[in-house]
Design a protein around this ligand. Sequence first.
Ligand code: ADP
Ligand code: MG
Length: 518
Amino acid sequence: MKGRKSLELNVNEDVDKYQLRRLSSISQIAAGIAHEVKNPLTSVRGFLQLLSEKYPDKHFEIAELELDNALSIITNFLSVTKPNLDHESPQEVHVAAEIESTLNLFLDRMYRVTVEKHFSDTEISVYGRKNQIKRAFFNLLKNAFESIPGQGSIRLTHRVQGNEVLVAISDTGVGMDDEMMSLLGTPFLTTKDDGTGMGLPQVYSTIYQHGGRIAVDSKKGQGTTFTVFIPINRQEGGNLNVINLEYEPNQSLFDFMERNEPIFRQRLLSERPELSRVIQEIKDVSGIDLVNNAVTLVNLTLTKRPHELMTFAKKEGELWAKHSLQISLKLEWLQTISRVTWDFLFNYFRLKQEEQSLEDFFQLERNVNMALDSFLNNFAIRYNEFKDEVLRNQREMMEDLSVPIIPLTKTVSILPLIGTIDTFRANTIQDKVFRKIEDLQIETLIVDLSGVSFLDTAVLSHLFRLFDGIDVMGCHTIVTGIRSEIASSLLRMGISLPRTVTKKGNLQQAINLINFSE
Ligand code: ADP
Ligand code: MG
């Protein structure tokens, strides 16, 4: 696309990556020099002031003014390129909320520029230096407003994409040509009369330091889109989170959790944003609401109701098995619940502020951990039981299919055997035949062997015993369809079918013996 070019941080396109590395290192070097220059300039300024007091002269004033200018430029420059010097400690940042409040600074321009907001996933946060991030979006918004000479519009997008927060700022302004785009982020680069060229370097270094990236898309005369990606806040097993929660003096832990339940739900989802689709799917197919269940689990834990907790765990284990949901997902979810719960407990004690005995704390720790363990235990037990039941049912169904006893009349049934018969199957056949003879009160059973091509000696003797057993049960056996291979091996081994068994060449001949009028 002519006139469009994308400039990104940390992305696959090598050219862009180098471009940004280069810009970033230019900024770093410049910042280093600025830092070195600032100190002597500051002392020179001090000496000048002393001199001007001793020898009043208007030239000193001019020199001082110039030095002040230079110093303010350097100070500004350092504050954007070396944000670490600000000593701002990282914290949870809700980017959407920060953009919203930054927008208030541009109210005076909104009479000519309409701002369209498409914000979603606003509950998701990133982790970083809040003021730096705010300043970066201020700079991007400022450029967007400044790019629009008369009437126009700015479209703002906020959403989660993968494990990043995506913010796009799209203006209908003057746009840029290729050359300008290839230089973006260079310190002091400006096309504005009163510009400083320090906006974008601040944006780039801030986003870069937060592990993010930036894409730019622009067309001269049409407009520009800056898209910023910042990784989502996920501190793996990391620090305790200070959360803004409601607390009333002397509130019990249970009341505190109940009061802050909506935030608890939100935090569960924002801890694992990539699971939110799976959670919805599970809800759709199985009716299991994982977030509701997490709340129930924590309530049962804190109110110490072990029996209900067990029942609840088993019920969930059964549902989980019934819907063939992945067990690993459950484990991940439990970890998330545990992490968020501990964050809340931490904040409860933080807000409560009064002296807590170490013993109380460890007692609570033990209760919570034991409850979660018990949940997992009972969940897993029921999950396995249920899976076993399903397997057993399936096996029974398979056995039914492999021993098909078909009633022909009230007293006559037929058992066509097909395929290979090994000892295991011979056992199954035996069980099944005995049971059916009893249940159906079979008097004559026709066993058709025409589908069986091979019987080894062990299986043969097994079958013979089966025929004896059938006889003992007062049922008559007719065997049909013994294939020539089997007949000759019987002959070779010098054995013959039990005398009680009637032999017929094929099924038709056996059926002819039956009196269907019964
Ligand atoms: P300044 O705004 O002080 O000029 P910046 O670093 O913020 O410095 O921007 C550098 C230059 O990049 C601007 O002068 C302008 O030419 C160009 N620029 C930045 N953002 C936009 C935009 N949204 N539309 C058009 N040009 C832009
Ligand atoms: Mg600017």
